[in-house]
Design a protein around this ligand. Structure first.
Ligand code: DOR
Ligand code: ZN
Length: 472
């Protein structure tokens, strides 16, 4: 039995904080003790004046491995996570090959097992071509599924609505959550082609192709199909103030729907795309006008938007450049900078450390069936901990990113709030800005979702294929 004691810190959870020494045995929290009452441990970490947050769970990263490892791999991506206080990541399936079969899932899992230094979940793809693979992927241990309704990196085709409905019917039976890139592909391609034909190549053309209705339409369509089938859904990278009343309405109807936003939608605006270096900001969905920021902050803090993730989307530096906006790769790294940016928001009085514990740990753990094991600092939970100093200034720099994608729109920003140490199941993986873990110490997490609740089962696409099926 190995024991570790973290002394002198204030333990923060979504529902409050307390000064407590944290005793860790074999990777789990064994006690939250009155300060000074435990003195005996194999390793003692003095954390006086620091705050212990539940490790961040980032449900949306692209570690690009296998297939695009010149952009990132499981080691560099997870090193960036560890430096940013992130202890669990969920990797998206738009890799090469995509995670559309159990074999491809195992291929990715082997790469992660060899390299990743934080815990991880792997998404399966919900595509039109692999509906017959979804149950097997669920059984193999995916954390959930990803549906690309909007086109983005990887050019995975958007399934037809019929296939999406059938996919949701299948997922509703498994109970696993489906994360959705909610943009309407036919509309965005139509508008993009119209602008290309008209010769538009400026940065705003990207936003114009994907104007608000592109997001709102795909979100509402997804929610209607989720309500009909009983599938659990998660809307990734919500960027748009116009979506907020729809989210509230669907949630009030009882749709099992969670939503994330990203630091870049809270801190950055399309207006900045015109500034030098502003082309970095091209991503999907687009960073919108400044007027979207405050409504998104409010929705995150009032719980309409459940959580914060990053859409960590690294590319080689030259891939981010191009002659026109249409040639520039979409996305940029974020997993290392999200917690410092949110600590900065705490220093500005925008949010509390408890809010951070809620939107970056507890809510993601609840949505994906990990809560209790992860997402909270309490006896019996995994000792996944970010030790932070909210008063220390920290300068973000592109050169300081562990990611292979050495570009960040926050280059040169000084934020107040620093991650001092990150522990995954009791093991220190990063401290004082340095990675200290060996490749492969991360473990795969598997979801334990509440019982599935499928609806309208008499009329599913499978059921109606039987000639005996006459529900009318
Ligand atoms: O900008 C983006 N980049 N948005 C996405 O949805 C995917 C991501 C990527 O994989 O590069
Ligand atoms: Zn993404």
């Amino acid at each position: 039995m190995t024991t570790t004691l973290i002394s002198g810190a204030t333990v923060v959870n979504a529902d409050g904080r307390q000064p407590a020494d944290i005793l860790i045995c074999d990777g789990k929290i064994a006690a939250l003790a009155e300060p000074g009452t435990v003195t005996d441990a194999d390793e003692v970490i003095a954390a006086d004046g620091q705050f212990a947050l539940p490790g961040v769970i980032d449900v949306h990263v692209h570690f690009r491995d296998p297939g695009m490892t010149h952009k990132e791999d499981w080691l560099t991506g997870s090193q960036a996570a560890a430096l940013g206080g992130v202890t669990t990541v969920f990797d998206m399936p738009n890799t090469v090959p995509p995670v559309d079969t159990v074999d491809h899932f195992r291929l990715k899992a082997a790469e992660a097992e060899a390299k990743c230094i934080v815990d991880y979940g792997i998404y399966g793809l919900l595509g039109e071509h692999n509906l017959d693979q979804l149950d097997a992927l669920a059984d193999a241990g995916v954390i959930g599924f990803k549906l690309f309704l909007g086109n983005t990196t990887g050019d995975l085709p958007c399934p037809s609505d019929g296939a999406v409905l059938e996919g949701f019917e299948i997922l509703a039976r498994s109970g696993l959550r489906c994360s959705i890139h909610a943009e309407n592909s036919p509309i965005l391609f139509w508008r993009q082609n119209r602008m290309k034909a008209a010769g538009r190549t400026d940065p705003y053309a990207h936003l114009a192709a994907r104007t608000d209705v592109v997001a709102v339409e795909a979100l509402t369509r997804s929610a209607v199909l989720a309500e009909w089938t009983g599938a659990r859904i998660h809307i990734v990278h919500e960027s748009c103030a116009a979506s907020i009343p729809y989210i509230q309405w669907f949630k009030s109807r009882g749709v099992d729907m969670t939503v994330e936003t990203l630091p870049q939608y809270l801190y950055l605006s399309a207006e900045e795309m015109l500034e030098p270096g502003g082309h970095i900001l091209r991503m999907n969905p687009p960073i919108r006008q400044k007027s979207h920021q405050e409504p998104l902050w409010s929705a995150l803090l009032d719980g309409t938007i459940d959580m914060l993730s990053t859409d960590h989307a690294p590319h080689a530096v030259d891939e981010k450049d191009g002659d026109t906006i249409w040639d520039m790769a979409c996305g940029f790294p974020g997993v290392q900078t999200s917690l410092p940016l949110m600590l900065h928001a705490v220093s500005q009085g925008r949010m509390t450390l408890e809010d951070i514990a809620r939107v970056m740990s507890a809510a993601p753990a609840r949505a994906f069936g990990l809560f209790g094991r992860k997402g909270v600092l309490r006896v019996g939970a995994d000792a996944d901990i970010a030790l932070v100093d909210p008063s220390a200034a920290h300068q973000i720099s592109a050169a300081g990113l562990a990611s292979r994608g050495k570009l960040t729109p926050y280059d040169g920003w000084t934020v107040k709030g620093n991650v001092r140490r990150t522990l995954v199941r009791g093991q220190t993986v990063a401290m004082d800005g340095k990675v200290v873990a060996d490749p492969g110490c991360g473990q795969m997490v598997r979801p334990q979702m509440p019982p599935a609740a499928p609806r309208n089962t008499a009329t599913t696409t499978e059921a109606i294929q039987s000639p005996d099926n006459r529900p009318w």
